[in-house]
Each structure stands twice: as C-alpha cells, then as structure tokens.
Unconditional design. Structure first.
Length: 88
C-alpha cells in the first residue's frame, strides 16, 4: 500500500556554514531507507502522468518500483534507458 502522507522526506544537505567554504555537492542524497520511503509515496496512477510529463520519457513508475524493491542498480539502468545524463 502506498504511503499517502503528503510530507516528503527532506534530502540531507550540507550545513550552510560548511558549504560556503567548499565546492562539494550541496545535496547529500538519500539513504537507502529514505529512498525506499519516498518510493512508497508513489500513487501508481493508472495513466502515469509523470511519464508523459517527463521531458526525457523516463518510465518513472518502473523506476520507483525498482527503488521500492531495493534494486538501485536496476533503477539506475531504468533511467539510463531514456536519459544519457541521469545525474544532471
């Protein structure tokens, strides 16, 4: 069952006093548990408006299902099927 909470899990970021002294990524990324929790928020819409709204046509429901299953490598491969630059 989907996690229907409207509250998303905020992504960890560098503290402003740290990041103003370096050129590292500000967003630190989700832990596996956080990513899986966010994936649970997918509503699994019948018509998948997220796919039609994605400028590069990523099959987002399939990607999210792989994240839910803990298959990060598979999720990465799913994004790369339609997008050569998934980290951009």
């Amino acid at each position: 069952m989907a996690n229907m909470t409207p509250n998303k899990c905020p992504m960890p970021v560098q503290d402003p006093d740290v990041r103003n002294k370096n050129f590292e990524e500000v967003a630190l990324g989700y832990t596996m548990e956080m990513a899986m929790g966010e994936a649970e928020r997918c509503l699994n819409c019948k018509n998948s408006p997220c796919v039609s709204g994605c400028p590069v046509g990523v099959r987002i429901p399939e990607f999210i299902s792989l994240i839910k299953a803990g298959d990060i490598e598979g999720a990465y491969a799913k994004i790369k099927e339609t997008n050569a630059l998934p980290a951009v």
